[in-house]
Write a protein that binds this ligand. Structure first.
Ligand code: NDP
Length: 448
């Protein structure tokens, strides 16, 4: 008789949990996973995937507009939100089935209910059943933060935005981070009147200032309004069902939808971690070591719940490293340097490595190269939006320590360029590389 019901019990079937389950099972572990909502987690169900499909869907607005200048006549083009929304939902269903089948084919037992920690080697399911496991992995992710707003019940978060019954005529978005900028772009392109209000005067804090300084006026030229130093105090529901947003000083803003996107907090409430002697951090996160082990030797945690870097590929990498470490006999930790990231704003931003400001603070002497160009695909476009790329170079070693890009397809281009930064290539090696012409990416090797 085995000492425990399972070798591994995973709580949360999102990106990190599914990867850890599959890899642990492939190393021979007997694995179970509990998921209280849908298999796939935030990224698949109500994050990266459906968001990117909405971005694609909204791009047609610009393409159809520009098409006329390339000789196309598009008569009677109209947009139907329900069609896009339902298409996105059906793709999410497809992916959920794919994730579920991954669990099944790897013999991972799936409990479709909430589980909490009852002790160092015990979880308790919502049904009351207790299950023992040699190891427990917490991969429950994070949850949208709702600031103190009178009338918060009239607001939505990114959890609800994918299910709107109709395309809102007027949208107010609180926050100026990833989600705010991405949905401002989507709703603006689809024809909604969009106002972004933020508590500070900074958009996309953490990104290189030259990128955000380029993005904001482009968004404004496309019709997005910004209200800075305007945290929402109150959202009032009027007799006709519409909303009135009271934010900072200034006139109230009428809206049909108020989307709050003010960060995501680890989803640890009521998870029972105290039963295993684990104390949460200030933001509700689970503190872990380099191998994702918590203060309890039999309990590990990966992904957003640890609040290291809230990005899907990081959760996947941490989940994989955990499984290799604990079940594969190959101790591995995750490296957090040179993480590429993107904001699927319109135009998108992509970045890897140090910003210019961080490089100056950390390295002292840096050289900066920039290219401010009009992408060929915008030549005929009515909006003459310019792209901007920046290379940040450590003057001491000539290594490229940061690449920052805004312009069409920037995320697609940056993924390849991130390999060079991760590999520590020098500016001289960038210069040595022959340009691929005509492309936007060639700017990366032409900056002098
Ligand atoms: P972000 O952390 O990106 O941005 C939060 C925004 O809300 C900031 O503008 C911040 O203002 C503001 N804010 C924070 N707290 C408050 C508060 N209490 N009251 C009012 N405003 C507040 O969060 P998001 O919700 O946009 O996204 C959550 C996370 O999800 C991201 O950090 C990212 O890791 C991930 N994500 C990644 C995506 C991608 O990779 N493309 C896409 C979407 C999400 P200020 O800066 O002024 O402090």
């Amino acid at each position: 008789m085995a000492e425990f019901d399972y070798d591994l019990f995973v709580i949360g079937a999102g990106s990190g949990g599914v990867r850890a389950s599959r890899i642990a099972a492939s190393h021979g572990a007997r694995v179970a996973v509990a998921e209280e909502f849908r298999v796939g987690g935030t990224c698949v169900i109500r994050g990266c995937v459906p968001k990117k499909l909405l971005v694609y869907g909204s791009h047609f607005a610009h393409s159809l507009h520009d098409a006329a200048q390339y000789g196309w006549t598009i008569e009677g083009a109209t947009f139907d939100w329900a069609t896009l929304r339902d298409f996105v939902a059906s793709d999410v269903d497809r992916l959920e089935r794919a994730y579920t089948s991954t669990l099944n084919t790897n013999n991972v037992e799936h409990f479709a209910e909430r589980a909490v920690v009852a002790g160092p080697n015990t979880v308790r399911l919502a049904s009351g059943r207790e299950i023992s496991a040699k190891f427990i992995l917490i991969a429950v992710g994070a949850w949208p933060v709702m600031p103190e707003i009178v009338g918060a019940e009239h607001c939505i978060t990114s959890n609800e935005v994918f299910h709107l019954p109709e395309l809102p005529r007027r949208v107010v978005i609180q926050g100026a981070g990833y989600i705010a900028m991405e949905f401002a772009g989507i709703f603006n392109a689809l024809g909604s009147d969009v106002t972004v209000v933020n508590r500070s005067d900074v958009i996309l804090r953490g990104y290189d200032h030259d990128l955000t300084a380029r993005l904001q006026p482009i968004m404004e030229a496309r019709g997005v309004k910004f209200g800075f130093n305007r945290p929402i105090r109150e959202v009032q529901k009027l007799a006709d069902g519409s909303l009135l947003v009271h934010a900072g000083e200034g006139d109230p803003i009428p809206a049909d939808v108020v989307l709050v996107a003010t960060g995501r907090r680890p989803k640890t409430d009521g998870l029972g971690l105290e039963n295993a002697g684990i104390t949460l951090g200030k933001g509700g996160e689970i503190p872990v070591d380099a191998f994702s082990k918590t203060a309890c030797d039999s309990i590990y945690a990966v992904g957003d719940v640890t609040d290291r870097v809230q990005l899907t590929p990081i959760a996947i990498r941490e989940g994989h490293a955990f499984a290799d470490t604990v079940f594969g006999g190959k101790p591995r930790s995750t490296h957090y340097d040179a993480i590429p990231s993107a904001v699927f704003s319109q135009p998108p931003i992509a970045s890897v490595g140090l910003t210019e400001a961080d490089a100056r603070a950390q390295l002292g002497e840096v050289r900066v190269y920039t290219s401010d160009f009009r992408p060929m695909q915008n030549m005929f476009a009515t909006q003459a939006e310019r792209g901007f790329y920046k290379l940040v170079v450590d003057a001491g070693t000539d290594k490229v320590v940061g690449i920052h890009m805004i312009g069409p397809d920037a995320p697609e281009i940056l993924q390849a360029a991130a390999i060079a930064v991760k590999a520590g290539l020098t500016k001289a090696q960038f210069d040595d590389t022959i340009a691929l012409h005509p492309s936007m990416a060639e700017e990366l090797v032409l900056m002098r």
